[in-house]
Write a protein that binds this ligand. Structure first.
Ligand SMILES: [Zn+2]
Length: 296
């Protein structure tokens, strides 16, 4: 297996004479570990790939410290698809289906009537939520439209999923006119046309700098140090325990009796199992009661 440099990396760059910024991302293990043991239909796997790429690019362009959730909700066979990320590019994803989905299903066939919800929860500062109608053939187009409408920023995305050397991979490019208003639509158009010439094998196989040189060798591109991307679930025994406590005590007792005294909780995202017996649950309850008495 050959090792390709720049796997699981995100690069940001700036076109110095054009007032346009860009990003490049390739998700290899980040993407496959996100799929974990889930056997998603092909179309759902591709959509999740597109969503993790989009989320990764958005996380980097929006520059905040905290978490971001990009979620699709619809009334079609794909009930839910959600990706979480943070400023460290730690990503996870999950999909839930409620009916069969063909390998070549389109976005609207999967989702029916649906929306894309972007929630940003900064560590400091106010939460932000944007709701985007999924009324275009791809999430890429829906997101571009969103940036124009909400930020008045011309944005172009290229998002691709596929296989490279026998392994699933997802990658993408982002171009965005600088918010300072000095970039021209002509410059943006020019860079966009060049970006569109990128081939899958280039996006999935080349190092970022080589790819940028192929696309933009006549441009002055300042490339910033890359960021690693990785799959990270963030689930914990504590969170699972607290989720059990959301049930009334009576129901918890019943579950314990049914399950020979041990409740098991499995994380949907990463498959980790957490086990709780009565003693463990009572300890969580004591802790929760203590915190609620303190008004936390
Ligand atoms: Zn987990």
């Amino acid at each position: 297996m050959s090792y390709t440099k720049d796997n699981d990396k995100l690069y940001r760059y700036l076109f110095q004479n054009r007032a346009v910024r860009g990003e490049w991302v390739r998700l290899n293990d980040t993407f496959t570990e996100t799929l974990n043991t889930h056997q998603y239909p092909k179309a759902v796997q591709n959509l999740l790939g597109e969503m993790v790429v989009a989320t990764s690019l958005l996380t980097a362009i929006m520059k905040f410290e905290g978490t971001i959730t990009v979620q699709i909700q619809g009334d079609g066979p794909l009930k839910l698809a959600v990706v979480n990320s943070n400023e460290q590019q730690q990503l996870r994803a999950l999909a839930r289906t409620q009916a069969e989905i063909a390998d070549d299903a389109t976005l609207s066939e999967m989702i029916g009537n649906g929306v894309l919800v972007i929630s940003i929860m900064p560590n400091d500062g106010e939460r932000y939520q944007g709701v985007i109608a999924l009324d275009k053939p791809t999430i890429r187009e829906c997101l571009e439209d969103y940036f124009i409408r909400s930020e008045q920023l011309q944005t172009h995305l290229i998002i691709r999923t596929g296989e490279y050397e026998g392994k699933a991979v997802a990658g993408g490019l982002l171009l965005q006119i600088m918010p300072d208003g000095t970039g021209t639509p002509e410059d943006f158009e020019h860079l966009m046309t060049l970006a569109e010439t990128v081939k899958d094998e280039e996006l999935f196989g080349l190092e970022a700098k080589e790819l940028l040189f192929r696309l933009y060798h006549e441009e002055q591109v300042e490339v910033y140090p890359p960021q690693d991307t990785k799959f990270h679930c963030g689930c914990s025994r504590e969170r699972s325990g607290n989720a059990i406590l959301l049930l009334p005590m009576e129901e918890i007792e019943e579950m314990l009796a049914e399950k020979n005294g041990v409740i098991d909780m499995q994380c949907e995202c990463c498959g980790t199992q957490y086990f709780f017996d009565k003693t463990a649950i009572m300890e969580f309850k004591q802790e929760a009661d203590k915190l609620s008495q303190l008004g936390l």
